[in-house]
Write a protein that binds this ligand. Structure first.
Ligand code: SAM
Ligand code: SF4
Length: 352
């Protein structure tokens, strides 16, 4: 039942027995897995310099899971205790007929299988889709935005579409969606702008999280020069602001503070300077059905093959269980690996 997984793991890791327990998913470090990030496409209309090269080789469409398959696999995860589902990519809103997938997934909110259905997007298509996303039960969207300056946006994303993203954010607010801005902190692009972006987000009543650039994917030059430690950013912000630790958690890796001067919430996602793997509750699946249990490791399982081999879904369940059992304790991201990433997968392929 577990051949495909064992093959990817190597013999030294085959020591853990496969469980027949059909209940929740718990890894060998006693972490319960309740959160699935599902990438629905690897394609994107932007080319963020830290994420992918301008000439990106996208997957052939035939390799991408159909909506039917995505729903089947999602249902299998829900039956094993996944309660939070984040749709991501690539740019998820670029996938054709995406709203019909959201409509189908939203039925699992209605029947209580899911507690939360949310989305991460670059915002370029949000003006078109925000109202429908709200109609299909999405309450929160994460919108990635690294600058409010048109020229810097163009330099960072290689596309001149900041105005579309800002229109998308207005539409999200009008649709009643709760927005969190995700901003990658970049020494060579937005370091000086960070306080201004935080103030802007808080004025709009958006939460905001800062993210450290991660060593994900080959073919991206310049990451070492971009890296900015969030410990340094926090120390800089504390020179003029009062930051108070906040116990709030969105179920993700952000650690939050309240900014006294803006009364807003600010998150830090700092996988390099401060590792939070000990309470990791998530796994990721690519749009081709490859399950990854850690951003920084290749361990996982081929769920597309498992699904296609065995319509009873038994093989799929076994593959998921075993992959979760082998979820690595932690990633080994390190400033030194920025020039030579441990993982050849870009974040856009894995589902950030
Ligand atoms: N296209 C959508 C977007 O940009 O929100 C969803 C997918 S994107 C891969 C998800 C998140 O990953 C974005 O916030 C992006 O900034 C972040 N990201 C991409 N590559 C990264 C890297 N190498 N290090 C840190 N964050 C990265
Ligand atoms: Fe596209 Fe998101 Fe990657 Fe930017 S970070 S290139 S928007 S997938």
């Amino acid at each position: 039942m577990t051949h495909s997984l064992i093959d990817t793991l190597g013999p030294e890791k085959t020591r853990i027995a496969v469980s027949d327990d059909a209940s929740g998913l718990v890894d060998s470090f006693s972490r319960s897995i309740s959160y699935l990030r599902l990438s629905v496409t690897d394609r994107c209309d932007l080319r963020c310099t830290y994420c992918m090269p301008e000439r990106m080789n996208f997957l052939p469409k035939k390799d991408v899971l159909s909506f039917e398959e995505l729903v089947q696999i999602t249902d299998a995860f829900i039956s094993r205790g996944i309660t939070k589902l984040r749709i991501t990519g690539g740019e998820p809103l670029l996938r054709r007929d995406m709203l019909s997938l959201m409509e189908r997934l939203s039925r699992r909110l209605d029947d209580g299988g899911l507690k939360e259905l949310c989305l991460t997007t670059n915002g370029t298509q949000l003006a078109k889709h925000a109202a429908d996303l709200a109609r299909f039960g999405v309450r929160r969207v994460n919108v990635s935005l690294d600058t409010l300056d048109r020229q810097t946006f163009f330099r960072l994303t290689r596309r001149d579409v900041l105005a579309d993203v800002l229109r998308g954010l207005d539409a999200a607010r009008e649709a009643g969606l709760k927005v969190k801005i995700n901003t990658v902190a970049l020494a060579d692009a937005n370091r000086d702008e960070i306080p201004q972006i935080i103030e802007w987000a808080h004025k709009q009543a958006f939460d905001i999280s800062l993210i450290e650039v991660m060593p994900m994917g080959e073919g991206v030059a310049g990451r070492p020069a971009s890296y900015l430690s969030l410990q340094d950013v926090r120390a800089d912000l504390e020179k003029s602001w009062t930051l108070t630790d906040d116990a709030y958690s969105s179920g993700g890796p952000s650690r939050y503070v309240r900014v006294g001067e803006t009364s807003g919430r600010l998150g830090f996602i700092s996988p390099l300077s401060h590792n939070f793997c000990s309470d990791c509750n998530r796994v990721r699946m690519t749009c081709t059905g490859r399950l990854y249990t850690c951003l920084g490791h290749e361990d996982g399982a081929d769920l597309r093959q498992a699904l296609r081999d065995d319509p009873t879904l038994e093989k799929l369940h076994r593959a998921v269980e075993t992959a979760v059992r082998f979820k690595p304790e932690r990633h080994d991201f390190d400033v030194r690996t920025l020039a030579d990433p441990a993982s050849p997968r870009t974040m856009s392929t894995t589902g950030g």
